[in-house]
Design a protein around this ligand. Sequence first.
Ligand code: GSH
Length: 202
Amino acid sequence: MKLYGSKTSPFVRKIRVLAAEFHLPVTFIPEDPWAKSELLLGLNPLGKVPVLVMPDGQVVYDSLAIIDALDQSRDEAQRMIPSKGAKRIEALQWHVLAHGLIEAAVNRLLETRRPDDKQMPEMMVREEQRFARTLDRIEHQLAGHPVAAGSQPGFAALMLGVAMLYADFRYPHDWRATHPHLAGLIAGLEERPSFTQTGPTA
Ligand SMILES: N[C@@H](CCC(=O)N[C@@H](CS)C(=O)NCC(=O)O)C(=O)O
């Protein structure tokens, strides 16, 4: 399978990390989504990465759809997202929280990149508040309900790891001191090959 994406995109990194952790046969092909190449627009009219091309040529875009496609290619017992029931909802909700953190950090970054006279500080504050609220909720949930303990980090830990390491990269602030359960959950992930091989400067 071929995965088109940029090294700095956290949406792409979600897929690369999962592919490495779960030994999925995914080949990474660099593609700058801002250049809007004919290739990218032909694959995905939204002009965004990640895009996955499956062995039979089927094209999948949007990171969650890609995660689902990869998951469906595995035995049911090995799935990252259980196929039904409360556990499925729980896994998807963890994904939503991690993905929402990424979106907030990306939106904040894009606002900082607009020309000075076009920036809207209230938009940055809005994203920072969204980020902070979500972190607090995650910390609260982890305090009462630890996820993915053990030597093999689970889906929630990996997705939150991608989100928080992206924050360290593009929105650095001291969230660890105030969110120790989250800090503990993702501690050490950055040393795993799935993370060292997929970082923005790897
Ligand atoms: N919901 C999409 C978001 C993907 C996305 O926004 N990717 C960014 C890269 S970080 C992109 O391609 N941006 C180009 C653009 O917005 O034109 C997903 O989860 O895959």
